[in-house]
Unconditional design. Structure first.
Length: 401
């Protein structure tokens, strides 16, 4: 995994925002050497569901993409109404309270959640304004913020038998230039769902400080508990932007279908949607075949999610079984998502441990610092890895202790 560093002062003809340090990190270099040598590899970082052995209804997917309606160009800034109705039906089926009149008009279709972030950042922020982002979390935010001339500022998630937001630290991080708080629900990679109590506190802070709430819910459907977690798509207490898409929900990242839902106090929501519609109209990026196929592609989620959650549970059980056989490693609580965080003895840098695992055990996994863990002693593994590779990889990891 190449992890460019934040931009520094630029020279020459290129913008400072793109002046990243593109030097390959040590783990990526080690992985490249490993593969070039033809060595076996147990990859515990799997994130692409289309290559993990899940079954898809190929006929239904391809048939949905062959709609004759796709031959007619019907530009709609927010996206075709039929596709937005399919998104609204998804929330209604989950049991979220989105039955209010005009909900489909609160939905804007985008090609990805990354594009949805760019729309929201452009609507909320002037150059140099700040967005609060959780840590640990995935490193995408730095680049999305850099490209939009926004400054990401961390607020911590802390672990004490379970993950929780450190609200004292979050409030200390707010400045006059803070425009929004991002909550990843559930977080990647910690698997922490924002509780109802935490959501209420976030609403209170955002309302009082005139900030927006941005909820990334791409892993929302992958909860380990039987009870479905709430969605922020029906939040009315503060201006809220909720995003998700087919990439995770239906395991179809190649279809490039995502969405953004605006909600909150009526006047603020109306003003936000007016701005977002102009931004969306400027790009008109969503393609017709995928929009017409949206109902069928969303319907694919049921079979896909059953398969994925079965694998997640089996891999978690295998992980717990192997951890129980020794006393030096542990697993942090995970409420949902596709990943697990291991706590291991911090006898060396996480990078050094990851490289040693690759070179001596043929196991590739991510060190915690990739996700902004505050110290060494954390490893992140993917729970959607095929079971045989997962079992062998964890066995090899445990031999290090």
């Amino acid at each position: 995994m190449t992890r460019p560093q934040p931009p520094r002062a630029s020279g020459g003809m290129f913008a400072a925002r793109t002046n990243w340090n593109l030097k390959t990190n040590r783990l990526s270099e080690a992985l490249a050497r490993h593969r070039a040598a033809g060595n076996p590899l147990l990859d515990l970082t799997a994130s692409n569901p289309t290559t993990c052995g899940f079954h898809y209804d190929h006929h239904a997917i391809l048939q949905a993409l062959a709609s004759p309606a796709s031959l007619v160009y019907t530009p709609e800034p927010k996206g075709l109404e039929s596709a937005r109705r399919a998104v609204a039906a998804y929330y209604a089926e989950r049991g979220d309270d989105v039955a209010q009149q005009g909900f489909i008009d609160d939905i804007i279709l985008t090609t990805s959640t990354s594009e949805a972030y760019s729309f929201v950042f452009r609507a909320l922020c002037n150059p140099g304004d700040e967005i609060l982002v959780p840590a640990p979390s995935y490193p995408l935010f730095d680049f999305l913020a850099d490209i939009q001339d926004v400054k990401p500022v961390r607020y911590p998630l802390v672990y004490d038998y379970a993950w929780q937001i450190d609200f004292a630290a979050l409030e200390r991080a707010i400045t006059p230039r803070t425009r929004a708080v991002i909550v990843v629900h559930p977080n990647n990679p910690t698997g922490h769902f924002c509780s109802a109590r935490e959501a209420a506190r976030l609403n209170e802070i955002c309302s009082r400080r005139q900030m927006a709430l941005i909820a990334d819910e791409v892993f929302l459907d992958f909860a380990l508990a039987a009870e479905k977690p709430h969605s922020f798509a029906a939040n009315t207490s503060s201006l809220t932007f909720t995003m998700s898409g087919l990439s995770k929900i239906s395991g179809l990242p190649q279809m490039k279908f995502a969405w953004l839902v605006a909600c909150g106090p009526r006047e603020l929501k109306s003003r936000a949607l007016a701005r977002l519609e102009v931004i969306a109209d400027t790009y008109l990026s969503m393609n017709a075949p995928v929009q017409h196929a949206a109902p069928a592609l969303l319907a694919q989620r049921h079979g896909f999610q059953r398969q994925l959650m079965e694998r997640v549970r089996q891999n978690l059980a295998e992980l717990d079984l192997q951890i129980a056989r020794q006393k030096l490693c542990s697993r942090l609580e995970v409420q949902g998502g596709w990943y697990a965080v291991l706590r291991v003895p911090a006898t060396r840098l996480d990078d050094d441990l990851a490289i040693a695992l690759l070179e001596t055990r043929n196991v590739y996994l991510h060190p915690g610092h990739f996700y902004d863990f505050p110290g060494d002693g954390h490893l992140v593994v993917s729970l959607i890895t095929p079971q045989t590779d997962f079992r062998k990889g964890i066995e090899a990891l445990m031999t290090m202790y």
